[in-house]
Design a protein around this ligand. Structure first.
Ligand SMILES: [Zn+2]
Length: 414
C-alpha cells in the first residue's frame, strides 16, 4: 500500500486534541484512542508482534534488527496522532488534485457559491509553485487535513510494511511510537522512554521534503504581578499607586524591536503575551525565547533587572516576578550524536531531495524527548500549512519520505 492510501484512511479518524481538557485526562480527547487502537492492530498485522496501545493512548512496537545488526543501538521513529485544536479535524473531505498546474486552488465543493468559496492562493503561498506536476491532497475548506502528523504515521507504517516484505534489508533494532496530544504540548508527559527502549530517534513531524530540524528555542514564561493602591481619583494625590501605569512603564523599557513581529531566523524575542489589570493589580505575561543559552540567560536577567528597577523606584514588593521554563534547545543533546544529522542528510540526498535545516522558532515533542534521554531531531513528514483549512500534502512527497526513511534505517546499520 502506498503511504497516501494509508494517510486517507487515518484522516477519517477525528483525533483533535483539546488544550482545555484537565491535565488528568489522558489523552485529552478519548477519540484519539480509536486511531491508536487501529494503528496498534495494523502494526501487529504488519508483523510487529509486540505492538500495543497503553492506557494513555500511546502506541509502541519494536522491530528486531536485520541479521548482523542486532548489537547496534536502537533507533526510534515517532509521530503524533492528534490534530491541532485550531480547527476541526472531523469529517474531513479530502480530495486529490492530480498533476497540479500551479493555479490557485478552489477548496470548496461545487455546492458552495463563488462568493463563499475558500481558495488557497498562490499569491499567499508562493511555495505552491514547488508542487507543480505533483498530486496534492487538499481539504474542502471546512476542516484541516491532518497531514500534521498523520502523514508521518503513514510514512512510518509504509516503511514497516516494506521491512516486512524485505526481511534482509539492513536496519538496526527499530522502535515505533505514535503519541496523542502533541498539539497541546502534552505528548511527552506520559511517553514511556523505557517502553521505547531506543538510544535516539526522530520525530517524523516536519514540513517539506528535505527538512531536518535539530535546533529550537529555549523557552520561558515570565509572569510579572504589579501591586498598586487605589484611591478616589479626586483625592488621589500622594495616595494612589496605579499598577497599570507601572506595568506600562515596565513594558516601555523592553526593547521594542525584539518582538516576534520584528525577528526571524536565529533572533530571539520578548513577547508580551497578555495584559490583565486595573489600578490595584496588573499582570503581564511575557514569552521569552532565545536559541543560545547565553542569550536566553541574558534575556531573563534583563527582565529581572527591569523588575528590580521598578521595585527600587516604587518600593519593594511593587512587582513580583516568576519564570516558568518550558523547553530547551535540543541542539546540546543532539551534538553528541552527529550521526543523527549526517545520516538524515545523506538519506535525504539519496532520496533525491535537498537537505535543509532551519532552526525551529518554537519547540517540538523531540526537544522534550531529547532532554529525557532520547535525542530526537525532527524529520520532514511532507505536510504543508498545518493547523488550518489550507493544509495539504503531496502524494509524491509522502512516497519520497518513505524512501528517505528506508535510506535512513539502512545508514544506521552501516
Ligand atoms: Zn505536528
Amino acid at each position: 500500500m502506498r503511504a497516501y492510501e494509508r494517510f486517507l484512511k487515518y484522516i477519517s479518524y477525528d483525533t483533535q486534541s483539546d488544550s482545555s481538557a484537565p491535565i488528568s485526562s489522558v489523552p485529552s480527547t478519548p477519540k484519539q484512542k480509536l486511531l491508536g487502537a487501529a494503528l496498534a492492530s495494523e502494526l501487529k498485522d504488519l508483523g510487529v508482534q509486540d505492538a500495543y496501545m497503553d492506557e494513555y493512548g500511546y502506541v509502541y512496537g519494536h522491530i528486531p534488527a536485520s541479521k548482523g545488526s542486532e548489537a547496534l543501538p536502537a533507533l526510534a521513529l515517532i509521530s503524533h496522532m492528534d490534530t491541532a485544536p485550531d480547527m476541526s479535524g472531523a469529517d474531513i473531505k479530502a480530495r486529490i488534485i492530480k498533476n497540479y498546474t500551479g493555479e490557485d486552488i478552489r477548496l470548496s465543493g461545487e455546492d458552495v457559491p463563488e462568493k463563499d468559496a475558500v481558495y488557497t492562493r498562490v499569491s499567499a503561498y508562493p511555495m505552491l509553485k514547488n508542487y507543480v506536476g505533483q498530486d496534492l491532497i487538499v481539504t474542502d475548506g471546512s476542516t484541516l487535513l491532518g497531514a500534521d502528523n498523520k502523514a508521518g504515521i503513514a510514512e512510518i507504517m509504509t516503511l514497516v510494511e516494506f521491512l516486512k516484505s524485505e526481511p534482509t534489508f539492513p536496519h538496526p533494532p527499530l522502535s515505533i511510537c505514535f503519541t496523542p496530544d502533541e498539539e497541546i504540548g502534552r505528548s511527552a508527559d506520559h511517553i514511556d522512554t523505557e517502553a521505547i527502549r531506543a538510544s535516539y530517534g526522530y520525530t517524523v513531524d516536519g514540513g517539506a521534503v528535505g527538512d531536518i530540524q535539530y535546533e529550537n528555542f529555549n523557552a520561558s514564561t515570565a509572569v510579572l504581578s504589579f501591586r498598586g493602591i487605589s484611591a478616589h481619583t479626586g483625592y488621589a494625590k500622594g495616595a494612589m499607586k496605579n499598577s497599570a501605569l507601572i506595568a506600562v512603564e515596565f513594558q516601555n523599557m523592553i526593547p521594542a524591536d525584539e518582538t516576534p513581529a520584528n525577528t526571524e531566523g536565529r533572533e530571539g524575542f520578548y513577547h508580551l503575551n497578555s495584559i490583565k489589570g486595573k489600578v490595584e493589580c496588573t499582570v503581564l505575561e511575557y514569552l521569552i525565547r532565545d536559541f543560545s543559552d547565553e542569550g536566553f540567560k541574558k534575556r531573563k536577567a534583563f527582565i529581572s533587572s527591569v523588575a528590580d528597577f521598578i521595585n527600587m523606584k516604587y518600593g519593594d514588593g511593587t512587582v513580583e516576578l516568576t519564570f516558568k521554563d518550558s523547553y530547551s534547545n535540543m541542539l546540546d543533546m543532539i551534538t553528541p550524536y552527529p550521526e543523527l544529522i549526517l545520516n538524515a542528510e545523506k538519506a535525504i540526498t539519496e532520496g533525491g531531495a535537498l537537505p535543509k535545516s532551519e532552526p525551529i522558532r518554537g519547540g517540538t515533542d523531540g526537544c522534550r524527548l531529547s532532554y529525557m534521554g532520547l535525542p530526537c531531531p525532527n524529520l520532514c513528514a511532507g505536510g504543508q500549512l498545518g493547523h488550518g483549512r489550507h493544509e495539504f500534502v503531496s502524494v509524491q512527497s509522502m512516497d519520497t519520505i518513505v524512501e528517505i526513511l528506508k535510506n535512513l534505517v539502512r545508514l544506521f546499520s552501516e
